[in-house]
Design a binder for this molecule. Structure first.
Ligand SMILES: Nc1ccn([C@@H]2O[C@H](COP(=O)(O)OP(=O)(O)OP(=O)(O)O)[C@@H](O)[C@H]2O)c(=O)n1
Ligand SMILES: C[C@](O)(CO)[C@H](O)COP(=O)(O)O
Length: 232
């Protein structure tokens, strides 16, 4: 039987680095919540069986979103860290998904995902035993900072094999769930799904994606995201 494709969009963060009046996923671009833009760009461009969005328990914006009225989308309660929220979503989907199904995880804060990158990731990994992630080769010279209040260069790092991890990241449902459970049980901090799979001994595939798949993180990212979306 063909593996189904599930979508998890972690949206339970508080956007501390954004220093905004609301969590950044509820800031607006062209009068739409960033979360709604992200979800529509995913759900309208790939055949997902279902979508789970972990929300912050204090989230009171969701009922006013377009997505709250979309019956393709379910919600659950997120956790302390992003990995907790993703695992919470996998637990919420456990009755519906098979271990061999694919789950694609994409940050709510990345609304600029290009449809070609989404379909290329899915097509590239569809027969792969492990899965992988969108990523972009590092284009800048990288410096390793020394200690101290005014950081100084300790060394210049060889960037020839360094990539920036993006999202979506796509793995088999059962394997990702087990990998995240193991990391969290062992207090192994992970900031993306690939790290959890790596800790379980796997080697996820790097699928090159557009560097403008921006994660809105700090205030200056908002205008940049608006510009990028205007050109997609
Ligand atoms: N406990 C958390 C933390 C983050 N996220 C989500 O994970 C994505 C990427 O995380 P990040 O950019 O770090 O968002 P925040 O944690 O909100 O940002 P900050 O670290 O500045 O607070 C975001 O869509 C965020 O909503 C989540 O679902 N649950
Ligand atoms: C998942 C991610 O977007 C890949 O780069 C990144 O790790 C999220 O990190 P954050 O600190 O939760 O923003």
């Amino acid at each position: 039987m063909k593996s189904q494709l599930w979508l998890v969009v972690p949206a339970a963060g508080i956007g501390q680095r954004m220093k905004a009046e609301c969590p950044k996923q509820y800031l607006k671009i062209n009068n739409r919540f960033i979360l709604d833009i992200t979800l529509s760009r995913l759900l309208d461009n790939a055949p997902f069986k279902g979508c789970m969005v972990p929300l912050n328990p204090a989230d009171h914006w969701w009922p006013d979103s377009e997505s709250a009225k979309d019956d393709r989308i379910q919600t659950c309660t997120g956790g302390k860290e992003r990995a907790d929220s993703v695992l919470s979503a996998l637990h919420a989907l456990a009755e519906q998904a098979e271990d061999s199904d694919w789950v694609l995880v994409h940050d709510a804060a990345r609304p600029c995902l290009h449809g070609h990158d989404l379909s290329n990731l899915i097509d590239t990994l569809s027969d792969h035993p492990v899965g992988g992630l969108l990523a972009a080769p590092v284009a800048d010279t990288l410096k390793l900072a020394g200690g101290g209040v005014q950081p100084e260069v300790e060394e210049t790092v060889d960037r020839s094999r360094l990539w920036r991890a993006l999202t979506p990241q796509m793995f088999r449902f059962g394997a990702l769930r087990a990998a995240l459970e193991s990391c969290l049980e062992n207090n192994q901090p992970v900031t993306d799904e690939s790290s959890a799979m790596e800790f379980s001994g796997k080697m996820p595939v790097l699928v090159e994606g557009r560097p403008d798949n921006l994660k809105i993180t700090v205030p200056s990212d908002l205008a940049l995201a608006e510009f990028i979306l205007g050109r997609l």
